[in-house]
Design a protein around this ligand. Structure first.
Ligand code: MCA
Ligand code: AMP
Length: 501
């Protein structure tokens, strides 16, 4: 077994040469060209050093060849890659930079211009050096380090039940395991071609789409966001063999397709029909959506289950029955079990329990947070907090053990984080945030607030106040001003009661 990594784990990047790796607009990059860029970037980051020794290097770019170059350049030079959310508000970026103790930040021509002035000022204040990919690309290629596979490689931020996101650290070995299980399970092949329009600060876009494709030698078409019309033109032109998205995107596609006149609808639907695989994940895919997609495109959506800390763990089969409303069976090399409240493994079907996961795919630690890390493992099993039941061998997700976690359009949000920001709004005396079932978003962030005496607050004012303080997708979709929040005898807010309102 290879225990070092100098991008050797990405076989295609080393050996595929003239195959097209990336497409961005009208530009294309072969694997050989991409490798050259990665090596320039790695050498630029190294300067006179021989190894970045797990330096945390953040980067702020949407899906682009520069993003890919930077991610793999940091890995190649021995750093920990910290991809930032390009839609984040400055206080959220500050939290990430601070938590990760980032020393350098890489930007590029693709970085959202409207955010750069604030970001640069933040970095000046934090003594973080800002670099541009274009400068790094001018550096001469020299010796690059041999790295142990156990080295830390990436830090992603995840919301939990605490109020601030934690840094989830994965090693090269974790990442390799997360990629290779999907290559095997979903039959990835070098001939594949996939559009990438998901945000690149989460596993779904980074591992399931980008890294799987680049590992095997497939082609990735990069979009900075979900550009529906352009992507559907590509589908119609049979540009893609595989499509991966969150349920919200399939909901939006269904309504777009249903609104099209028959001839163009048929062309796009036939484009989807001709693909070898359509995957849904990051949030529950309702059976209704599964059936609508099948009726329109003939595709049985392959639904899978994963988490930032573990990559993917459970998946419907590539060959065999894909069951609506279920997430399937454990992926190769991933151990999955359900545990009852007493902490015992549930052996048979039909008894719900918490999903716990073991395997090389499971992350190493929450960054510099040994307490949270220790609390999330029991006897070597990572405790997901998700509750599921097995039905004739297939897992079905039933919900989460915490009402404080909300899933909106595939993003996992902390109700407490949103509440703690809303409480800094001078007029607000108390507030409670919950996720309310919603056909498009899965759950819609809903804020219940009690105002201080003689204050008023309308939705437009709340939204405008939130904009510089939180990512757009965290901003409540609904505001309910209340006289008082429902509480139990202990004074705890009754969130389930709020949900039913
Ligand atoms: C956008 N908006 C949202 C969301 N996204 N509101 C709530 N929840 C959201 N997720 C709001 C914007 O603030 C804006 O509001 C309006 O919708 C239109 O924004 P726009 O950006 O144009 O929307 P969109 O492009 O249609 O975005 C929807 C989206 C996006 C494409 C579904 O949310 C998305 O890319 N989600 C995927 C997230 C993801 O990859 N998650 C994976 C993490 P207004 O009009 O009021 O300004 S989970 C993971 O990685 C694990 C391991 C796993 O299992 O996969
Ligand atoms: P995150 O850590 O942001 O990646 O979100 C992971 C969470 O998304 C999991 O803990 C689940 O609650 C949820 N999730 C992912 N995939 C699915 C799915 N197919 N069905 C239901 N929930 C899912």
């Amino acid at each position: 077994m290879d225990t070092t990594t100098n991008l050797r784990p990405f076989p295609a990047i080393n050996f595929s040469n003239e195959r097209i790796a990336l497409q961005e607009g009208v530009s294309q990059w072969s694997y050989a060209k991409l490798r050259e860029r990665i090596e320039h970037c790695a050498c630029g980051l190294l300067g006179k050093q021989t190894d970045l020794k797990e330096e945390r290097v953040a980067f702020f770019m949407p899906a682009s060849v520069d993003y890919v170059t930077t991610l793999l350049g940091i890995w190649r030079a021995g750093g920990i890659a910290v991809p930032l959310n390009v839609a984040a508000a400055l206080p959220e970026i500050e939290h990430a930079l601070n938590t990760a103790k980032v020393t350098r930040l890489v930007v590029s021509i693709t970085s959202p211009a409207e955010s750069l002035a604030g970001l640069f000022a933040l970095c000046r204040g934090m003594n973080i050096q800002v670099l541009n990919v274009s400068e790094l690309l001018t550096c001469k290629i020299q010796m690059l380090p041999e790295l142990s596979i156990d080295r830390r490689a990436m830090m992603l931020f995840t919301s939990g039940t605490t109020n601030k996101p934690k840094g989830v650290v994965s090693t090269h070995k974790n990442i390799r395991a997360q990629i290779t299980t999907l290559l095997e399970a979903w039959n990835w092949m070098p001939e594949d071609s996939i559009p990438l329009f998901l945000p690149l600060h989460h596993i779904h876009g980074i591992i399931n789409v980008l890294c799987c494709a680049l590992w095997i030698g497939a082609r990735v078409t990069l979009y900075q966001r979900f550009e529906m019309d352009t992507i559907l033109r590509g589908v119609e032109d049979r540009d893609y063999t595989v499509f991966m998205a969150v349920p919200t995107i399939y909901v939006k596609l269904v309504s777009q397709l249903e609104a099209l006149p028959e001839a163009p609808r048929k062309r796009v639907c036939d484009g989807f029909r001709a693909m070898r695989l359509n995957v849904s994940g990051s949030a529950a895919c309702p059976a209704k959506l599964f059936n609508q997609w099948k009726a329109l495109t003939g595709q049985s959506l392959l639904e899978r289950y994963g988490m930032t800390e573990i990559g993917m763990a459970i998946s419907n089969p590539y060959f065999g029955e894909r069951r609506a409303g279920a997430v399937g069976v454990p992926l190769p090399g991933v151990q999955v079990a359900l545990f009852d409240e007493a902490g015992h493994i549930i052996e048979g079907d039909d008894t719900p329990g918490e999903i716990r996961v073991r395997g090389d795919n499971v992350f190493q630690e929450y960054w510099q947070n040994p307490k949270a890390t220790a609390e999330s493992f029991v006897d070597g099993w990572f405790c997901t907090g998700d509750v599921a039941v097995r039905e004739t061998g297939y897992y079905r997700i039933m919900g989460r053990s915490s009402v404080d976690i909300i899933k909106s359009g595939g993003y996992k949000l902390s109700a407490l984080e949103i509440e703690s920001t809303l409480l800094t709004l001078e007029k607000v005396a108390e507030c409670a945030v919950v996720g309310v079932e919603d056909e498009t978003w899965g759950e819609a962030v809903t804020a219940f607030v009690v105002l201080k005496p003689e204050q008023t607050l309308g939705y437009a004012e709340l939204k405008a106040w939130c904009e510089p303080r939180m990512s757009p997708y965290k901003i409540p979709k609904v505001l309910r001003v209340m006289e008082a929040l429902p509480r139990n005898a202990m004074g705890k807010v009754l969130k389930p009661a709020l949900k039913t309102l």
